[in-house]
Design a binder for this molecule. Sequence first.
Ligand SMILES: CC(C)(COP(=O)(O)OP(=O)(O)OC[C@H]1O[C@@H](n2cnc3c(N)ncnc32)[C@H](O)[C@@H]1OP(=O)(O)O)[C@@H](O)C(=O)NCCC(=O)NCCS
Length: 237
Amino acid sequence: MEFEVLRAQVRAGESWAEAGDRLAPHDSHSPVLAVDLSSDPLRFRHDEGNRLSIRPMTPGDFPDVVRWVNEPHVARWWDEHRTPEQVEAYYGPALRGEDPTRMWVWEVNGRSVGFSQDYRISDHPDYALLSARPDAIGFDYAVGEPAFVGRGIGTSLLWVFLRDIVWPAYAGVREFFAAPDHRNAASLRVLAKLGFTEGLWFDEPAGAGRVDTVVGCSLDVAQVMGIQGSTRLVTGK
Ligand SMILES: CC(C)(COP(=O)(O)OP(=O)(O)OC[C@H]1O[C@@H](n2cnc3c(N)ncnc32)[C@H](O)[C@@H]1OP(=O)(O)O)[C@@H](O)C(=O)NCCC(=O)NCCS
């Protein structure tokens, strides 16, 4: 069920997410999900039909990850790490705690449908330099199961990921940052729907001497999620 919040209804010092929670219809117990925060009114919904959840990735998920990164709609934007050996070499260190990046699997009604990761951009000096966002929290995401793409699930799960997993984990963070390829219209649209604004374009090395031109997209965490510590804290590692 969808509902709307006029930006004028958001109280001083209140975030959009908090306003959505406050003004949600009282007869639903399912979490409030952002549908489209790119304009006025802000649009939210409850999803009573699907249970959306996010859990830490384990090595047992690697076969799914290999399958997902080879799906054409993901492979188009994911340049490397395609074979089981490459996936293990690339994601294994984070799962073993040797790299501070956190890896997650996205579930719909208990079925694994995609994955994401979050990290301090300052932990990746080359990327910090390229993106010029050293103080932000970076993240990457994919809905790997083709049957789940294009149904609003990516927007909802990315909202759950950012609000319930990323936001509580980084005290005082002011900015979430992702940089899709400038041709990746679906990803850019999903970020816009969650309240991100587009900033600078920059070139990212993409292997074999190629570069991808990507669009830096930033979320004002205080405005959209809230100032940490002033609201409920939910799950997270
Ligand atoms: C990006 C991704 C997570 C989006 O998930 P999703 O479940 O398909 O997204 P949603 O259905 O919630 O929303 C997609 C939006 O993009 C729009 N869109 C999709 N393809 C589009 C295109 N080619 N041109 C313009 N808009 C497009 C849809 O219309 C929808 O917007 P709307 O609700 O305003 O109509 C998914 O496509 C994916 O995993 N892609 C491959 C991996 C990837 O690109 N990851 C991001 C790397 S930065």
